[in-house]
Design a protein around this ligand. Sequence first.
Ligand SMILES: NC(=O)c1ccc[n+]([C@@H]2O[C@H](COP(=O)([O-])OP(=O)(O)OC[C@H]3O[C@@H](n4cnc5c(N)ncnc54)[C@H](OP(=O)(O)O)[C@@H]3O)[C@@H](O)[C@H]2O)c1
Length: 304
Amino acid sequence: MSNVTSNRIAYYRYGGPDVLCWEPEELSAPGVGEVRIRQEMIGVNPVDWKMVAGYFRHTDRVPFPHVPGWAGTGVVEAVGTGVAHLHIGDPVIAGARGGAFREHLVVDASLVVSRPDSLSIEQAAGLPSSAVAGYSLVENLDVAAGDTLLVHGAAGSVGSAAVQVAVSRGAEVIGTASAGNHDYLRSLGAVAVEYGPGLLDSLRRHRPIDAVADAVGGRETVAVTREVLGTRGRAVTAWGDPHSDAAGIPWVRHPADELEQTVALAARGVVNVRIGATFPLARAVDALTFSQTGHPAGKILLVP
Ligand SMILES: NC(=O)c1ccc[n+]([C@@H]2O[C@H](COP(=O)([O-])OP(=O)(O)OC[C@H]3O[C@@H](n4cnc5c(N)ncnc54)[C@H](OP(=O)(O)O)[C@@H]3O)[C@@H](O)[C@H]2O)c1
């Protein structure tokens, strides 16, 4: 198995998206337990710009140069020793832990699952990290028929997956979003409410809420969660911060096997990723700048 010449997006210091650069690299053959993937599409997640900005510099310091990217899909082009479940030519989805913003990706095979024929390349690239987190929120809350679930940030990539999984389990779902996303939330089977100053009043008009999946975080959102649940109910967040910590709301960070379960749900049409915008990989600066707005109206994708 030979080396391959490729291109990647890398950064050499923390900062805004403009610290990213497009550069060539030489990738070696995959090592023990690894595969090399020729990537067809890459998913962008808010964690990408947050890592570039150094949000996790005190807990998960990265060695420079670092390559962003937690999601990709493509075709296996080389297999390291000790990998039995993947073969050259297999279409796959990778839930990487950083490093996916590159044309060819060498990755631990345990983070890679097969891409079902029924999934488009766009859908496949949109699943790792965000849709997996949405699934994981609902799973951790043990949402079932008869529950009323509030999803904060229901129109986002995490929240919309949580809505779809919870609806498929027979739960009543109330989702917060800005008015422009309310038709979208209704199309997923959720009741749409606007976030902001009137949120608590809107929620009081609905059934008592049993559980909250928070895909937003922050002081106001956590305060609403505590208010609607009182001393009862269950809550988890996809964005752990000092406010959710202080309120005792656990931060769900999904284990790798939940990628497989999320992919299976997507293959059955239970989870559908809304696609927001697509950029060439070389324009990752623009993609992360767009992600930073917090209102991308769908998954942002990169094409190598
Ligand atoms: N724990 C994990 O494993 C994991 C994995 C992936 C992501 N995350 C985190 O989860 C969060 C969401 O990620 P994402 O991929 O869903 O982001 P996204 O696709 O960019 O969506 C963000 C959403 O937040 C909504 N929003 C913004 N402010 C809001 C508010 N105050 N109340 C309610 N909704 C609000 C926006 O809705 P409008 O446009 O309608 O305003 C938008 O739909 C991020 O913090 C991300 O870092 C965690």
